[in-house]
Design a protein around this ligand. Sequence first.
Ligand SMILES: [Mg+2]
Length: 274
Amino acid sequence: MTQTISHILLDIEGTTCPVSFVSGTLFPYAARELGPYLERHRHNEIVQSHVLAVIEAWQQESDPQARELWNQAQERVSSEAGASAMSRFCDSAIEPYLQWLIAADRKLTPLKELQGMVWAEGYARGELVGDLFEEVPDTLRSWQQQGLVLAVYSSGSIAAQKLLYGHSQAGNLVPLFSHWFDTHSGGKHEVESYKRICAAMEVEPQQVLFISDSEAELQAAATAQLQVVLSDRDYTQTPEQTQTQDAKTPPVGKGRHSITNLGQLKLNAAPFKG
Ligand SMILES: [Mg+2]
């Protein structure tokens, strides 16, 4: 890095945490535990409000499969005399539709909220542990000790980001970060999102280093005048693949550096005195 930086903005998946943790651990855990969770917490008002929002979305569905599931659920709920409809929905009626939403990768807000609650319980029970790349905890600590301001920008919700860093294999790393950003700041491919984030941190974009494994995200950040580094974690490539990728990666000196490990980063750090 030639320019002085005071802030490091970090992507999560593919940068500080293996992509496989999210796709192979977190999402399967939520899919598996959602039904039992709803049963256990069917008297919880927050759970009920999310379930109600899911039911409302379900009623509006035009997809034939979702309609069919709705009809089946109506039969099941109405055949259960005595129990309240909400309780029946929480117990089992809503489960097939939730699983359908998950399989269809539909990002319905109340579903995301419920998944977040399932993860929170999983982390609290120790069934989930935030799986960061090995060097990440020590590297984050050393950056913070150098006076750098650390921030997260991930498409996972801020609540999910804090759960992951709060229950990592190295314990609670949440206090190392000063700022948290998710898609409420805008999409990660949008230039404006990065400008908004720098404004929120009250820092000039040129003083911020953004690290991500996504070329499209780096492109947007670079256009917003942030400094950028590519996290290139794929150790399994053949030499030919590596050459192909090198050919696509802009050469160092044009602003696109790449690292395979956060500890490799050579920083020209200037403690922030904002
Ligand atoms: Mg990523």
